[in-house]
Write a protein that binds this ligand. Sequence first.
Ligand code: GDP
Length: 330
Amino acid sequence: MPDALPPTDLADRLRRGERRALAQAITLVESTRADHRALADDLLASLLPDTGNAVRLGITGVPGVGKSTFIEAFGLHLIAQGLKVAVLAIDPTSQRTGGSILGDKTRMELLSRDPRAFIRPSPAGGTLGGVARRTREAMLLVEAAGFDVVIVETVGVGQSETAVADMVDLFLLLLPPAGGDELQGIKKGIVELADMIVVNKADGELATAARHAEAEYRHALSLLRPINPLWRVPVLSCSALTGRGIDAVWDQISDYRHLLGADGSGDIVRRRAEQARAWMWSEIEESLIDAFKAEPAVRGELPGLERATATAAITPGAAAKRLLALFRRG
Ligand code: GDP
């Protein structure tokens, strides 16, 4: 990344769909340097009118359920319809251990070689909030570059599903072809976030198990109160390996888009408005905490007070009050 990249030139190239410009722009929004941040803010502001036109799709599922195989088959299906597809990822594991569940193997090989697709791995480092913010911004950038569908992928562990569900129009949960006891193991919270459930691996010896799982999930869902009265969460099955059922998944997503209308009225517009408001508040929270930690008086006292709360020498409430007082004075 050149140090002083003129954002107007970058914005023009990005609007024309230049891949290098898009990759550079995403690197810019991922940077933590203050001067890069200022350029990124200018760039996003100038591109804002060109954003919002894509179908925003979140996909989650435990490791091994077939997310990358599914996204490859699904992405190729969309490309065959003349659509351009971007895939972004949020991988919470890479933040803590440096290891990654999503990124270590070669993934989506055919899709990654297609000029109508753009695949970007998870930004590394920082808090989940920070990674989510950079992914939201990357989503705006790929929209401005003319992509029709943005897929945000995450692993079904930790808190990242909520972050993804909070930035997309439709959140799809991919499940394995198993029911019974294994069904109990699926985190209820994730099921409640899902706008659509797809049982993968409905092929060969697993076809029967997949059919049973589909019926069980449908029954389990009928017991939950629907989040949206207009939309009954559909349960489908597919084989990402053979491609069977992939077209039906896209048809359902199109139905959802029509029913909840993204074109000026309806629930998707409301959902996006609510997401934008929540995003603003999380930006405020992150910025306040950064400023708090950067304040010299706070920095001086923080380690000692943290130790003191750990040994119960002071209550957490009193320690927080003292630090906040130092912050306000600073
Ligand atoms: P991820 O970890 O969720 O991204 O899962 P992968 O896409 O890497 O798939 C994990 C394993 O499941 C791989 O060996 C895939 O070949 C296999 N797999 C994925 N989709 C299907 C499917 O539809 N049917 C069958 N039989 N295997 C699948």
